[in-house]
Design a protein around this ligand. Structure first.
Ligand code: DAH
Length: 338
């Protein structure tokens, strides 16, 4: 029986030492040292021995069991350590590695120009009004005194969504929405996107305008001229002044086109101003009394001026951008420069 015990112990040691998983080790533990274990089996067989040998053999079995328990604990620690080292090696974070670069966006030149325009007019006491891109014929044409047969209403100029719903062709719509909702005195600008069926180096089907409307008692054409001058000087520098030329718009009387001194040659004539020394910026005028009447504002009491400027043009001049299409291609290499 002693030899049998020896064999069992040797086998057990071998198996324990070779065990590599905690689960298998648990099974070995119960097989060799548990209640129904092989070693307990020997204890039960003590009765078959010579009574004199029983105590020594019992003691031997107990010592063997203790030794196995000790070995199991050791092996458990060895396995745990190996697993820990494996985890360390496979999940290691190298803190000295350089981080992954995150591309940072930048503001679009049109956004930069719009914000600067807003800041200038807000500093002059204007509120920033918001309109809507999808409009109706009433706000885009009728209320702006535009005759039913006006060519601007044509399908080839205006994007119709359906029925009398359209993409606004001008921010002048916000003049109407403002006067519908607020009584004078009014002093707003309205920057926003407009849409026309146009596409070439200086026209994009979606473009940006900023509208201005001032309505109060005693507002004059001189106030309009002054405001335009103040704006171009703040935007482009003190040497730049504006001028106006007679023109026609259905919703203003008198109407004018606005130019400013060429920011490149300052009036001498260059390729940017096509030799004229002046750059076109938009339209302006005194609000037509008929527009006031349609909106319930008494033209005997109130007068007003309005103007609309192209923001894209302003951004191109401000940031030296030669082709309007660059503004809308969204090429990251171009946009990153601002
Ligand atoms: N809405 C006109 C256009 O897009 C520009 C314009 C002209 C705006 C005269 C005005 C104005 O406010 O008074 O061509």
């Amino acid at each position: 029986m002693k030899e049998e015990l020896q064999k069992v112990i040797l086998a057990a040691r071998e198996e324990i030492m070779q065990c590599r998983s905690l689960h298998d080790l648990m099974l070995l533990k119960s097989r060799y040292t548990g209640k129904k274990s092989v070693l307990n089996g020997f204890m039960k067989k003590l009765g078959h021995l010579d009574p004199k040998e029983r105590p020594t053999f019992g003691k031997t079995v107990n010592l063997a069991k203790e030794a196995l328990v000790e070995l199991l604990t050791q092996q458990e620690n060895t396995i745990k350590e190996a697993q820990y080292n494996h985890a360390l090696a496979s999940q290691r974070i190298d803190l000295t590695m350089p981080g992954r670069r995150q591309d940072r966006g930048s503001l679009h030149p049109v956004t930069l120009a719009r914000r600067e325009i807003e800041d200038i007019f807000v500093s002059l006491g204007f509120d920033v009004a918001e309109g809507r891109d999808i409009e109706d014929e009433f706000h885009n044409f009728d209320a702006l005194n535009t005759p039913k047969d006006h060519p601007a209403r044509d399908l080839s100029d205006t994007f119709y969504v359906g029925g009398d719903v359209l993409l606004r062709t001008q921010t002048s719509t916000v003049q109407i929405r403002t006067m519908e909702n607020y009584a004078p005195p009014i002093r707003i600008i309205a920057p926003g996107r407009c849409y026309r069926n146009d596409n070439d180096a200086s026209h994009s089907p979606a473009f940006h305008q900023v509208e201005a409307l001032v309505v109060d008692k005693g507002v004059t054409f001189a106030d309009l001229k002054d405001m335009l001058n103040v704006f171009v000087k703040k935007m482009f520098g003190d040497e730049i002044r504006s001028r106006i030329r007679p023109h026609f718009f259905p919703f203003t009387e008198p109407s004018a086109e606005i130019d400013m001194l060429c920011v490149n040659c300052r009036g001498k004539g260059c390729n940017i101003c096509k030799g004229s020394g002046w750059l076109e910026m938009g339209g302006a005028g005194m609000v037509d009394p008929h527009v006031f009447e349609m909106l319930g504002i008494d033209p005997e009491i109130y007068t007003g001026y309005a103007f609309g400027l192209g923001i894209d043009r302003i951004a191109m001049l401000k940031y030296n951008i030669p082709d309007m299409r660059l503004l809308f291609e969204n090429d990251i290499r171009f946009l990153k420069q601002f």
